[in-house]
Ligand binder design. Structure first.
Ligand SMILES: Nc1ncnc2c1ncn2[C@@H]1O[C@H](COP(=O)(O)OP(=O)(O)OP(=O)(O)O)[C@@H](O)[C@H]1O
Ligand SMILES: [Mg+2]
Length: 255
């Protein structure tokens, strides 16, 4: 098995499990530089599990994972830390440090890994908080923020080290329409920088259609579709149609 040169993230016949049955069974995935790939699927199907494997937090039972062409499956934890610095994840739950201010949360990785000269940290924090529209929030604690604001801080924190790969785990779940729009606009702004690669995990079909260049659909441990959003909509596959539009699918069946 060889890494494809154009792939930023590549999964080759990867199976993943937590000790019991395989959650992900023998899947292939290629994500190119500058691409926004959506991983779509019902709750519990294994979407976050795939992100964990890309971050090297969960080692595959079998198969290989390449990041920037480098096989990460056998890397030591120390080497994984180096690789993770080129990636950023916005976790499903936001996962901010509650005891730290917004500014400290955002600058955490910069300080911890000496990624930016000390004098430049504050300017970088200001810059990314401005990007997410939260200039005034630097001194607040996470407990003082709304859910949508927390998501934006989590994005600012991910942005701070200027990573090449962004992994988003359910970035729009639980948001009201205005915040949903704001977060999608932020992701669109990231997409405009064509050298950044985005992987977005979601079960929000409409959001997937708006944000994705390409969608993969996960079902029972396998990818049952890969292609542009328009093609997913047209797919005759019953499993896909049920997921995309359960109401009309079941009402047609009832007739
Ligand atoms: N740490 C863990 N230990 C054991 N089983 C786990 C662990 N994390 C996830 N699982 C199991 O793996 C399966 C996939 O979980 P995962 O979190 O990847 O799903 P998901 O597609 O992200 O779901 P959701 O949309 O609800 O976030 C589930 O059956 C879950 O119970
Ligand atoms: Mg999940």
């Amino acid at each position: 098995m060889v890494a494809k040169p154009e792939s930023v993230i590549q999964l080759e016949r990867v199976s993943l499990h937590y000790g019991g049955d395989d959650v992900i069974c023998d899947v292939n995935l290629n994500i190119r530089r500058g691409e926004t790939k959506i991983i779509l699927g019902t709750s519990g199907v294994g979407k976050s599990t795939i992100l964990k494997s890309i971050l090297g937090l969960l080692r595959p039972k079998s198969g290989k994972i390449y990041i920037h062409g480098e096989d990460i499956t056998g890397l030591k934890e120390r080497e994984m830390v180096r690789l993770r610095l080129r990636m950023a994840i916005v976790f499903q739950q936001g996962a901010l440090f509650d005891s730290m201010t917004v500014g400290e949360n955002v600058s955490y990785r910069l300080r911890e890994f000496n990624l930016v000269e000390k004098e430049k940290i504050e300017a970088r924090v200001e810059e990314v908080l401005k990007f997410v529209g939260l200039q005034g929030a630097k001194k607040l604690k996470p407990s003082q923020l709304s859910g949508g604001m927390k998501k934006r801080v989590a994005i600012a924190r991910a942005l701070a080290p200027d990573p090449e790969i962004f992994l988003f785990d359910e970035p729009t779940v639980g948001l009201d329409p205005i915040n949903l729009y704001n977060i999608e606009q932020l992701i669109m702004k990231l997409k405009e920088r064509r050298d950044r690669t985005l992987v977005i995990v979601t079960h929000d079909v409409e959001s997937a259609f708006r944000l994705g260049d390409s969608i993969v659909m996960l079902h029972e441990g396998k990818f049952i579709f890969e292609g542009p959003p328009e093609e997913l909509k047209k797919s005759p596959d019953e499993r896909i149609q049920t997921f995309l539009d359960p109401i009309s699918f079941y009402s047609k069946k009832a007739r």
